[in-house]
Design a protein around this ligand. Structure first.
Ligand code: NAD
Length: 292
């Protein structure tokens, strides 16, 4: 059994912390929200009074926070100073590549082992322990992080040095955003041409138009019974989070000098959809916006 500090036990972190408890670990939870901590305690975590208190003497420190500024502040203001030399530091938040790199490099300068380990999979996968982790950081840090992450996921993949977990995540989600827009507009065109949605799905899902957006999150109700389209686009992966990831991808593309016209167009569409009140709906609901 290890002592694990878990900072940020919200929608995702709450389920992830419980899976560490199920893995036999002593999990100390800290969050700015008392309600979030109370839920974690209800599921077997111990409440910590601060990030520092959670981290002191811990074997692993996991953070699951909203954005880069929260992550940088948590590590620079509390966690670097509190971390034991033997501890592994694991940031699972989705943040910008530049911050992930700089926080990872600052950890290395202090002699600490750290990885960025963003996830693929939403709250259902966090609860079920079936997340996919994309991990950036030195080999030695990955080796320490891997067994901790294995309690919370079905796949743990080393993507390269500091920041490369975030790079893999935003590149993957840029494909996802663009393919969802393309899939949704094809279903709308099919509708307008009088082509039955199920028939179009049966053909395209077995032809070259096939993608995860079509076969797992089909944007119209019917063809894929588990897709959010069948429950009024509730649950799933919120359009606001897709927009967040597309903004991160575009920011990284500007820094790297990469041309991402499809990603840029997908970001513009999700921004308009969010501005029109669609942010809380699953990202496949962009079909409603395209339908007009
Ligand atoms: P959330 O808002 O539910 O949880 C974040 C938690 O962090 C909140 O409980 C908040 O109180 C806490 N927090 C903020 N600053 C803090 C601080 N300084 N110290 C301690 N706690 C602090 O968000 P979420 O949906 O759990 O997402 C967390 C991260 O996971 C984000 O980076 C998000 O992009 C990423 N993500 C989310 C999903 C999803 O489906 N929700 C999927 C993949 C990745």
């Amino acid at each position: 059994m290890s002592i694990i500090a878990f900072i940020g036990v919200g929608n995702m972190g709450g389920g992830m912390a419980v899976n560490l408890v199920r893995g036999g670990h002593d999990v100390r939870a800290f969050d700015l929200s008392d309600d979030a901590v109370a839920r974690a305690v209800h599921h077997g975590c111990t409440a910590a009074t601060s990030a520092r208190a959670a981290a002191l003497g811990a074997d692993a420190i996991v953070t699951m926070l909203p954005a880069g500024a929260h992550v940088a502040a948590a590590y620079h203001d509390a966690l670097f100073a509190a971390a034991s030399p033997h501890a592994v530091l694991i940031d699972c938040s989705t943040i910008d590549v530049a911050t992930a790199r700089s926080v990872g490099e600052a950890a290395a300068e202090k002699g600490l082992k750290m990885v960025d380990a963003p996830v693929s999979g939403g709250t259902a996968a966090a609860d079920a322990g079936t997340l996919t982790f994309m991990v950036g950081g030195p080999e030695a840090a990955f080796a320490l992080a891997q067994p901790v992450l294995a309690n919370m996921g079905k796949a743990v993949i080393h993507a390269g040095g500091a920041g490369m977990g975030q790079a893999a995540k935003i590149c993957n989600n840029m494909i996802l955003g663009a393919t969802m827009v393309a899939t949704a507009e094809a279903f709308v065109l099919a509708e307008k041409l009088g082509l039955d949605a199920q028939t179009f799905f049966d053909i395209s899902s077995k032809a070259s138009g096939q993608s995860w957006s079509m076969t797992s999150y089909c944007p119209v109700p019917g063809p894929v019974p588990t897709s959010p389209a069948n429950r009024d686009y509730e649950g799933g992966f919120a359009s606001a989070l897709m927009l967040k990831d597309l903004k991160l991808a575009l920011g990284a593309a500007i820094t790297a000098g990469a041309s991402v016209p499809m990603g840029s167009q997908a970001k513009a569409l999700y921004q308009m959809f969010a501005n029109n009140g669609g942010g809380a709906l699953d990202f496949s609901a962009i079909v409603k916006f395209l339908r007009g």
